[in-house]
Write a protein that binds this ligand. Structure first.
Ligand SMILES: Cc1ncc(COP(=O)(O)O)c(C=O)c1O
Length: 469
């Protein structure tokens, strides 16, 4: 066979893919494209009420989306595709201050020029979605980046990309079960959230999320830290020990969120975790940190760094701000071929945007004095001030970790918190509930928010609280 595409003389010095990467013309065109869109987005300067001329068409779009999927949208929200920083433009002409960010995906807010440029660059690749069989360089670079960050403070050595947090968690569970076979039970916290697959709905401690599904009884519950109870840590350890005594040799792993997310944004100190982790280690129970929500938000890349518990971690899962999911594991927990695979890994724009955001984080966002901790302090201080002054007693228990912030509005009952959040949305700020008793208002704040924008958020929260329920 001859060459179908004979190479012209002298061209082999650079592969075409590398030429595209290095092309000054491509770089210039991407820059121009992003600058043009950024310039259009500058119009989105702050919160705006819906515009009458767009309300009817927006209503139709929102209603038809609800009808098509069989369930109305949670908020009257369809985005136009334009945004700027923490602000996003909706089809009804309104501009919202977005403090929930797709439940925590858009770490750098909307339309960040660097994130857009990375995504545009990714969209120029030969393929949109990369797979585990035929990866491109972005697959390698993303994995390399994760391992480099994770291995600084842990024994994590490998990473396997997955499509979302749930799938990363499924892989974590399979890896632990295979290594510790035939052990089948899972130790998990009360009020945990782990995702939406059949098994993750079981690991998740919320019956409303598995209504009508069969029960598998494979998860053994341990209470999370209760800051009101000085004996909380001791109680959790006792209960864990009781489970292990009853099921010795039959528990594959202990899965935990470093801070309860969906369960109510309750943080716990290092001292709470250490005895639990030491005990699991002594019993050869895999330690799995579900960092799907905490990754990049606690002031370090991983919450296991913030809590200084990295040495205990056998498996760690991430997703959300990474733009794709991933399961990280130690050499010891590297599974046998065949256990984890799948067609999709992630889209090229997502992988490149994920890498870009991880790079950006190292530019002043991390560490005790970094921007993430500054944002946390200003937001929490602001809520506490409201609770002590104009909104006395109706903005309670502000807390969380880093960019994950929550407080309990009014009486913390589901109806009143949902009413508050719906009004907050109407007033221009987007948040979402978490927790059961009490129900809390949670904010997944983008890292790029500026101090004046935090102050605007606090003013809208104050106004909304004062409107009552
Ligand atoms: C702690 C935790 N685990 C798992 C998941 C599931 O991730 P995904 O929705 O990407 O499947 C979430 C999502 O909210 C989460 O917060």
């Amino acid at each position: 066979m001859g060459h179908y595409f004979p190479t012209p003389k002298g061209v082999m010095s650079s592969l075409v893919g590398h030429q595209i990467q290095q092309s000054e013309k491509v770089k210039k065109l991407i820059k121009e494209l992003v600058e043009e869109v950024t310039s259009l987005n500058t119009e989105l300067g702050g919160i705006r009420s819906p515009l009458p001329e767009f309300q009817e068409s927006a209503k139709q779009k929102i209603d038809s989306t609800g009808l098509l999927r069989g369930r109305p949208l949670h908020y009257k929200y369809i985005g136009t595709g334009a945004g700027r920083g923490p602000y996003v433009e909706l089809e009804d002409g309104s501009i919202k201050l977005d403090l929930i960010n797709g439940i925590g995906i858009h770490l750098m807010g909307h339309s960040h020029p660097r994130v857009m440029a990375a995504a545009v660059r990714g969209s120029l690749a030969d393929i949109l979605t990369q797979g585990n069989l035929q990866p491109n360089n972005e697959y390698r670079l993303f994995t390399e980046k994760l391992i480099k960050i994770a291995s600084k403070k842990s024994h994590l050595k490998h990473a396997w990309i997955a499509t979302c947090g749930t799938m990363a968690n499924e892989n974590a569970l399979k890896i632990a079960r295979q290594k510790n076979s035939p052990a089948r039970f899972v130790l998990g916290f009360k009020d945990a959230f782990a995702g939406r697959s059949t098994l993750m709905a079981e690991v998740t401690d919320n019956p409303a999320y598995r209504q009508g599904l069969p029960e598998y009884h494979e998860v053994l519950r341990v209470p999370f830290y209760d800051k009101r109870d000085p004996r909380s840590a001791e109680k959790s350890l006792t209960i864990m020990k009781e489970h292990v005594a009853k099921h010795e040799g039959n528990i594959a792993l202990f899965g935990f969120e470093p801070m309860l997310g969906e369960g109510g944004y309750q943080a716990a100190p290092r001292d709470f975790f250490i005895p639990l982790l030491e005990f699991c280690k002594s019993k050869n129970i895999a330690v799995w940190a579900d960092e799907v929500q905490t990754f990049t938000r606690t002031g370090e890349y991983f919450a296991f760094e913030t809590l200084d518990i990295g040495q205990y971690i056998d498996i760690c899962t991430i997703a959300k701000t990474a733009q794709v999911g991933a399961t990280l594991y130690t050499e010891e927990y590297n599974p046998k071929p065949g256990l984890i695979a799948g067609t999709f890994s992630g889209s090229t724009p997502s992988l490149l945007a994920g890498i870009e955001m991880l790079d950006m984080l190292s530019e002043g966002y991390l560490g005790p004095q970094g921007r993430i901790m500054q944002i946390h302090k200003r937001f929490i201080d602001g809520i506490n001030r409201l609770n002590e002054t104009t909104c006395k007693g109706i903005a309670q228990d502000a807390g969380g970790l880093g960019l994950m912030i929550a407080f309990t509005p009014h009486d913390g009952k589901k109806e009143s918190v949902n009413a508050f959040l719906n009004k907050l949305f109407e007033n221009g700020v987007m948040a979402f509930p978490c927790g059961k008793d009490p129900v809390r208002a949670r904010f997944l704040v983008p890292a790029i928010i500026q101090d004046p924008e935090i102050d605007i958020a606090l003013q809208v929260i104050e106004k909304t609280l004062l409107e009552g329920v």
